[in-house]
Design a binder for this molecule. Sequence first.
Ligand code: FAD
Ligand code: SF4
Length: 510
Amino acid sequence: SKTLRLILGDQLNLQHPWFADKQKDVTYVMMEIMPEQLYVKHHIQKIIGFFLNMRHFALSLKQQGHHVIYFYLDSTENQQDFKENLLWLKQKLNIKKLEYQLPDELRLDETLKEIQKDFKESKVYDTHHFLTSRNEVRDFFRGKKQYLMENFYRYMRKKHQILVDSQLNPIGGQWNFDAENRKKYDGKTSLKEPLLFKRDVTELVAVLDKMEVPYMGEINKKEFDYPVGRQEAFALLDYFCEELLPAFGTYEDAMLKEHVTLFHSRLSFVLNLKIISPSEVVQQVIKYWELHQHSITIAQVEGFTRQVIGWREYMRGIYWVEMPAFKEKNFFNYSGTLPQWFWDGKVKMNCLKHCISNSLENAYAHHIQRLMVIGNFTLLAGIHPTEVDYWFLGTYADAVEWVQITNTRGMSQFADGGIVGSKPYVSSANYIDKMSNYCKSCFYDKGKRHGSKACPFNSLYWNFYMEHEEKLKNNQRVAMMYKLLEKIEPEEKEKITEQAKKYLESLNSL
Ligand code: FAD
Ligand code: SF4
């Protein structure tokens, strides 16, 4: 009997066992469809990045001798719907069986479960991408009060024998090198240009325009930067090992107005499309470090490994434990809307101006820019978490729901009330100034809590703690803040609240 195998846009894993041998009666199908372009307004570079990689993937399969049907966005046969296209092929090719890989998004998981019913037979496979199965995080934390990432991370290190000795003790003598990492940029370590692929994508942009796909953000049509295919993904990984790894951990949290990516890998895009796997990435980084231990410290490698086998797998697990309820969480009952400058970067707050303009320009920002500048602001400003999700899901090329929503609504907005993080990630100008050079050339004064040109982060920060005292005061991790707050004179508190109120009423003109 004939089998149809569906491959989704974020399932571009050429190493999947499906492709190990060619089967005459198997047809692979991939499709670019409108609804996937419309559930949020995506950054143009994200759409182009997905389409180019999907097309490249289909071509690779064909070259290997597989039978592939590809629905282009503008092809006349394309009915712009998973179900309609699959049923059309079912009829046309006399298909009996539908096979697909487990989607990583609940919405698609449900859609495909429905479509499955229209076929006589069906089968679902794992994607063979993650180190954990879909429910492994759920099983790991069963019966525990809190989902502590650190515990899960150590379990992963031991289970997969990553950076551990034969007794399963951590190499380097400790599990965590945070104390050595996360420094402000020293102004000396040489900064490298990111590896960019500079591809001409004029034609594909024209297709999007012809089809009236709504999009946001900027693109240089002659020089599209993101990698396409496995070879370029590995080039990015090699570049990371050789040029960036030596300072990765040290400056993991640093921010500079002159340099967007610093020592970050920019691998999230190719990882999330499953072009390259987390174990390929981590194994290669560790192998490189083993050969260069004289020049690269364990702290750099540990810091990186933690992100990939710790945070990334953990977030994916949390997604499957907490969805769909997670999507509705709004711990602080926020209802604000994003200020207009989230869409053009025209804001006087220098940190936000840089982080947002860079995001619109590159469909990228590194973790601390997302967490401690942009997310910090939306949390302090009382923006509805759905608004925030929408912006993050649209803006970043690496944004797919399982990792975007857990990071945004959970880690960054604390809308889950403390499932992902144990306390809200908020800060005043103090932290931003400590980790960046944004404040020096800012219109606002980082040292003032109120009065003319007082940095908005300061009043909003203290206002946040005052406003949410009921909800937060029993949280041990923020007890310190309430002690500090007690020491602020009532008169000063009043001025802070007044200032915060003024700013909150005029978010658009910050
Ligand atoms: P590097 O700093 O080089 O890190 C290496 C890899 O570790 C990344 O490629 C990524 O795969 C993984 N990683 C690091 N931190 C995290 C994390 N917190 N969660 C999951 N994986 C992590 N990441 C996404 O992939 N997609 C998103 O949509 C996304 N949205 C985010 C939204 C907010 C509000 C925040 C605070 C973080 C978000 N992240 C997201 C996590 C993180 O910021 C990005 O993975 C990272 O910035 C990607 O850049 P990089 O590849 O250069 O990372
Ligand atoms: Fe950002 Fe405030 Fe610093 Fe300006 S002074 S860059 S607004 S933290």
